[in-house]
Design a protein around this ligand. Structure first.
Ligand SMILES: [Zn+2]
Length: 244
């Protein structure tokens, strides 16, 4: 009896927790976007405004083409949630400030991107670069300093052609952002000097690597670190003047 009662209580409790989780606005709702009024306009692509489906799918395919141009064949098929209104945005616990990638599984685009094709393409490209890089690096690696966050953000911004950022950052600025190594410390760099400087300096750093070693060098940095070499050692190798 006792165990049955315990089971019932635990079951009732976990059901309540599940109900509470989905009743509370937040990204967990991306598991079942249709429950919150979104329409699936293509496999795994959800929006609150299916009348814009053609434009939304074009944005995704243009972003994917840019990411493919760098990575080659794409390894991920993230779910997309595109919100064109604040009502949708709030249902997923967002405030129209940023686009987000969850691991390599899901991408959320806020109204300011969904309603502005130019910005929308930049944001979708940026997030899709994250999903491809996160898949190649492996999720657990993102939480340690092995693959620095400045490179993750810098590469995403560089490949998205983010024209909101300036790139004329000094050695001192690059030095500053090179300390942004972990995903959970990125916010403190944004807080310190603002998002434009954090993303701008990270992008300027990636641009410097590209100028020195080419996109081939960026690939080499990613590929060698995936195989277990130390990121900083490979980077130093790429940036040497007399590299043979
Ligand atoms: Zn990012």
């Amino acid at each position: 009896m006792r165990s049955r009662k315990t089971f019932t209580l635990v079951f009732a409790g976990s059901t309540l927790l599940t109900v509470a989780a989905y009743a509370t606005p937040g990204p967990q709702r991306m598991v079942a976007p249709k429950l919150y009024g979104l329409t699936e306009i293509a496999d795994g692509v959800y929006t609150d405004d299916p009348s814009k489906a053609a434009q939304e799918m074009l944005l995704i395919s243009q972003a994917n083409a840019k990411v493919k141009a760098f990575f080659g064949a794409l390894e991920t098929t993230p779910r997309y949630v595109l919100c064109t209104t604040m009502m949708c945005e709030k249902a997923f616990g967002k405030n129209n400030r940023i686009a987000v990638t969850y691991g390599w599984h899901a991408i959320h685009l806020p109204p300011r991107g969904a309603n502005d094709p130019h910005l929308g393409q930049i944001l979708l490209t940026h997030e899709r670069v994250h999903s491809e890089l996160h898949k190649r690096w492996g999720a657990s690696e993102l939480w340690d300093a092995k693959f620095p966050t400045w490179f993750d953000e810098g590469l995403a911004s560089y490949l998205s052609g983010d024209d909101r950022l300036r790139l004329d950052y000094s050695d001192k600025d690059i030095q500053w952002i090179s300390h942004a190594r972990r995903i959970y410390s990125w916010g403190s760099f944004i807080q310190e000097r603002g998002w434009a400087d954090a993303y701008g300096a990270a992008t300027a750093y990636v641009t410097r690597i590209q100028a020195k070693a080419g996109e081939k060098g960026l690939h080499e940095l990613i590929d060698r670190t995936i195989k277990g070499e130390d990121f900083d050692a490979v980077l130093a190798d790429l940036m040497r003047d007399n590299r043979s």
